[in-house]
Design a protein around this ligand. Structure first.
Ligand SMILES: [Zn+2]
Length: 530
């Protein structure tokens, strides 16, 4: 019986074979294939767990070998597989007769603790044809999402005899695959998942976040609808307290549910990062992530010593908000360029390069100037033109150039505040879904699905303009000094606006609105980048 463990490597990873050899001799345990520091710990943990679960630890020369040896292994998720292999080799647990992938960290008591990365382990196991998966109970919902009925949950090592016997056909396996908890309230809602550690002056993480909470702000609301419909990146700028981050928090709520493929990828990333909660099956809602500007580059981009996906990958399929964007470290901001272009981030580690999917809608929110008062009625901005220029420059031209929609957010006026609730998220989402359906239909089997993803080479095909719109667009683009990237971005947005309008051709009004949404950045008072 082959016992597999799993070592995550970037988004995927490798199955690790756990072999145990027992020989007569002075009792000892040799463990090969693990880094030095971890060996001793693992050895003692397994020994204690085996004894405390009512088994005997073999009084023989024991060799536990993890293969392939070249793969650097870390973490405690190997415990269960190693203990199981020992128990099978010493005849205390029946041989199942077919390979088993076992994941779990052992407590000294013999109970198993949930581990991260279960979904990618299961995916690797399924590719290799492994028929049975043993996971801690806390990981069962996640494991079942891919493995279905071939995932079995245990509470501790003491369950392994009964489970192995059941897998051989001696008894019922049903006890090891309890149905998922039917209470929907127990399902976490990933939309509101966040690592923000500082309270914001804007918005809250309240579960009922809805666009109805935003009063007035017609321009902002429209830009959010366009962004959600076509998957475009946004910049929101304005004085503190006008609702920029409150709005950004509601953007993910306008996006349709993830399809099956995306749901697996998104859940796998969260599983690798260890951010999935128990009972969470596949994540169906697009995630929302809002890392604090003080977060490390490692935390945001991923990799490093944690060897985990970063915030930009946890936002895959959803929205990444960088609030107070100009305060982020410039290496972090610049590292967004690769994911914005390619939808993946590559992380160089000592031994290899790993890649994590990271295709997200980026929302940058920032104040218009260092003091925040620029453009605020009744307040005085004390910043010099040079300070404002330097402030904006921190974001970096190459990053800003990739932002399709630049939206000034002004404080709502008294009449706006007195107006009733805004249009709720549900009805905006319905229009977004219709516009997205048009895109899916148009792009069919092409490697992109949304207007934001139309490659430069396909702009002419999919963003063709009528003659009136064409003349007007080239005039305006020339006088605004649009780069070719800016022109393409504007045409993609125009395509989205036409889709929201259910128009098959991009007309003059669609182009004009797209130019309005792109306008800031070209000589505006807020935007003094040379
Ligand atoms: Zn100022």
């Amino acid at each position: 019986m082959i016992v597999y463990a799993f070592e995550p490597l970037g988004f995927e990873g490798e199955l690790v074979t756990v072999e145990v050899d027992l020989r007569r001799g002075i009792p000892s345990v040799d463990l090969v294939g693990l880094p030095d520091g971890a060996v001793k710990e693992a050895r003692e943990r397994i020994r204690a767990a085996v004894r405390n679960s009512g088994f005997e630890f073999p009084l023989e020369r024991l060799l536990i070998s993890l293969a392939p040896a070249g793969v650097r292994k870390g973490g405690a998720s190997f415990d269960l597989a190693m203990a199981l292999a020992v128990l099978v080799a010493s005849g205390q647990v029946p041989d199942v007769g077919s390979p088993v992938l076992a994941l779990g960290e052992l407590e000294l008591s013999g109970r198993v603790r949930p581990v991260s990365g279960v979904l990618s382990a299961i995916a690797a196991g399924l590719r290799a044809g492994v028929p049975s998966f043993i996971v801690p109970r806390g990981n069962l919902a996640e494991a079942r999402a891919l493995a279905g009925d071939s995932a079995y949950a245990i509470d501790g090592l003491f369950d392994s005899v009964r489970l192995a016997a059941a897998l051989r056909g001696l008894g019922s396996v049903e006890a090891f695959r309890p149905q998922a908890d039917p209470d929907p309230r127990l399902r976490p809602s990933p939309i509101h998942d966040t690592i923000r550690s500082e309270a914001s002056d804007e918005g809250s993480l309240d579960g009922g976040a809805d666009m109805a909470d935003i009063r007035g702000q017609a321009g902002l609301r429209r830009a959010m609808e366009v962004a959600a419909a076509g998957g475009h990146h946004m910049l929101l700028f304005g004085p503190p307290g006008v609702g920029k981050s409150m709005a950004a928090r509601r953007l993910a709520g306008l996006l349709p549910d993830l399809d099956d493929d995306d749901a697996v990828v998104v859940t796998t990333l969260h599983s690798l990062a260890g951010t999935l909660s128990e009972r969470s099956g596949l994540m169906r809602r697009p995630p929302f992530r809002a890392p604090h500007h003080g977060a490390s580059a490692e935390g945001i981009v991923g990799g490093g010593r944690s060897r985990k996906p970063g915030e930009i990958s946890l936002a895959h399929g959803g929205v990444l908000l960088l609030d107070e964007a100009a305060e982020f470290r410039s290496d972090v901001l610049q590292s967004l360029r690769e994911p914005l272009e390619d939808g993946v981030v590559s992380i160089v580690r000592a031994d290899r390069v790993v890649a994590y999917p990271s295709r997200f809608m980026l929302v940058l929110a920032c104040n218009p100037c260092p003091c925040g008062n620029l453009g605020r009625r009744g307040a005085v901005c004390l910043c010099s033109a040079e300070e404002i220029r330097r402030y904006w420059k921190r974001l970096g031209g190459p990053l800003l150039d990739r932002i399709d929609l630049r939206v000034p957010v002004k404080p709502a006026g008294p009449s706006e505040l007195a107006s009733g609730p805004g249009e709720p998220s549900s009805s905006i989402k319905a229009r977004v879904e219709r516009a997205r359906a048009r895109q899916l239909n148009r792009y069919g089997s092409l490697p992109f699905r949304l207007n934001a993803g139309i490659p430069a080479s396909a702009i002419e095909t999919f963003c063709a303009l009528g003659s009136e719109a064409r003349v007007s667009f080239s005039d305006q683009a020339e006088s605004a000094g649009f780069s070719s990237r800016a022109s393409h971005s504007t045409l993609r947005v125009a395509r989205t606006i036409a889709d929201l309008d259910e128009a098959s051709r991009i007309e003059l009004k669609h182009v004009n609105e797209a130019i309005q949404l792109r306008r800031y950045g070209d000589g505006d008072v807020y935007w003094l980048i040379p």
